[in-house]
Design a protein around this ligand. Sequence first.
Ligand SMILES: Nc1ncnc2c1ncn2[C@@H]1O[C@H](COP(=O)(O)OP(=O)(O)OP(=O)(O)O)[C@@H](O)[C@H]1O
Ligand SMILES: [Mg+2]
Length: 262
Amino acid sequence: MNLLEAESVSKTYGSGETQVQALKNVSFCVSKGEFVAVIGESGSGKSTLLNMLGALDVPTSGKVYIDGRDVFAMKERELTIFRRRNIGFIFQAFNLIPELTVEQNMMFPVLLDYQKPDRGYLEELLRELNLTKRRKHLPGELSGGQQQRVAIGRALLTRPALILADEPTGNLDSQNSREVIGMLKRASRTYEQTIIMITHNGSIAQCADRILRVSDGVLKDYGSVRDIREAVARQNEKQAAGMPVGATAVGETGGRYEKGGR
Ligand SMILES: Nc1ncnc2c1ncn2[C@@H]1O[C@H](COP(=O)(O)OP(=O)(O)OP(=O)(O)O)[C@@H](O)[C@H]1O
Ligand SMILES: [Mg+2]
C-alpha cells in the first residue's frame, strides 16, 4: 500500500530573471513502512521536495497524496490538523521552543492536539536519544547535536504515519548518527512509519530501503538498496574473475515510479 504519492510536482520560485525551477515534474510513490533516503548536491531541490511532501509550501503544479488524501485539496485548518496528526518533521533548523524544557518540547505536538503523551514511549525515547539527564534543560542550554536529538524525539513521540527528515544527522557524531538512524529504522519496521530522509552521507543513505536522487530539480529513483548492493557485488565478482565489467552502474538497477506495493 502506498502511504505517499507525488504526481508531477513542480515548484518554481520567483519570476523573470530570478526565476528558479527548483522541482521539475517529480513523480514517485512510497509504501507504508518504507524508509527512503534522498540524496543530491546542494541546491538540487531536496528541501523544496520535502516542503511540498509535508504540505508546508504549495507546488506550482502537481499533487501530493498522503494516505490517499489529496493534501492540497484540504482547507487550511483541516490541513493543519492532518499535518499535526500524520506527519513528523525533523528539520535542519530544529524549531525548538526556547521557553520549554527538553521533555516539554518533545510532548508539545501531542499536547497541542489535546492528546495524552505516551509516558512510557517518552522515557524510551529520552533514553535512546541519550537525553534523560537533560530532560529538564532548555534548548539554549544544549549542544547542537542534543537539540537535534530533541527534534527527533518530538517527531517520533506522536508515532506519525510519515516522518520527513532533512539531514537528521547533520549535527551528530558518528556514534549518535548510527543510533538515530537505528531509531528511524526501528520506527519504520516496528510501527510501519514511512520515512523520507535527506542526507549528504552515502553510508547513511545505504541504511535506507531505497535511494532517490534529486539533480537540478529532477528526481531519479536509484532503486532498492538491496538491489544496488547485489549489482555492486556482481560487478566485484566479475572483476575478481577477470571478466569485462558490464555497464550496470548504480542507478540502473531499476526505478520504481509505478503505483502499487513494494
Ligand atoms: N524561498 C525560495 N525562494 C527562491 N529560491 C529558492 C527558495 N528556496 C529554495 N530556492 C532555490 O531552489 C533551489 C533548490 O533549493 P533547496 O533548498 O531545495 O536545495 P537543497 O537540495 O535542499 O540544498 P541543500 O543541500 O544545500 O540544503 C536552489 O537553487 C535554491 O536557491
Ligand atoms: Mg536543503
